[in-house]
Design a protein around this ligand. Structure first.
Ligand code: IDP
Length: 160
């Protein structure tokens, strides 16, 4: 019997700058399909209040207002993704936060390839197990992660 590590869930968001460009959105979607099991997918748009709530930890930082307005400026696409080490894998695919750094040190990452500015940097990804749990509930309040882990995960893991 093959023995593989348990699948992990993470939240991935394609931000408004990338959703606005159909070819970029499609390229990101294809990369996601190749690397992850897509558990849920949703297109949505935030109100400013949603954006403020989601990024509350950054309140007071110089880029906060710009970030909050940008994230509520157009449609986004959110995914719940699964694979082994999904959190680290997606963060690695995204690349560094700052676009200059991404472009010069990690040109093959999503931000290195498609990022426009430090704010308009294509994607968001949870950075820990706790934040994945919280952020999945934020975007997909109807999704029951515990139930998915007990019912779907064992079946999907064996297919890997
Ligand atoms: P992350 O998205 O790589 O996890 P965080 O530090 O959590 O980075 O910042 C959240 C978001 O805030 C970033 O993705 C980016 O859109 C924005 N941001 C972070 N640092 C800066 C900055 O120095 N200038 C402008 N925007 C920033």
């Amino acid at each position: 019997m093959r023995c593989v590590k348990a699948l992990q869930l993470t939240l991935a968001v394609v931000k408004p700058d990338a959703v606005a460009h159909p070819l970029v959105l499609e390229a990101l979607h294809q990369k996601i399909l190749k690397n992850f099991i897509i558990v849920r997918k949703k297109d949505l748009m935030w109100r400013t209040e949603d954006s403020e709530r989601f990024y509350a930890e950054h309140a007071g930082r110089f880029f906060y207002q710009r970030l909050v307005e940008f994230m509520a400026s157009g449609p986004m696409r959110a995914y719940i993704l699964a694979r082994e080490d999904a959190i680290t894998h997606w963060r690695g695919m995204m690349g560094p936060t700052k676009v200059f750094r991404a472009r010069y040190t990690s040109p093959d990452t999503l931000r290195g390839q498609y990022g426009l500015t430090d704010t308009r940097n294509t994607t968001h990804g949870s950075d820990s197990v706790d934040s994945a749990k919280r952020e999945i509930s934020f975007f997909f309040p109807e999704f029951n992660a515990d139930e998915w882990m007990s019912r779907e995960e064992p079946r999907l893991r064996l297919r890997q």
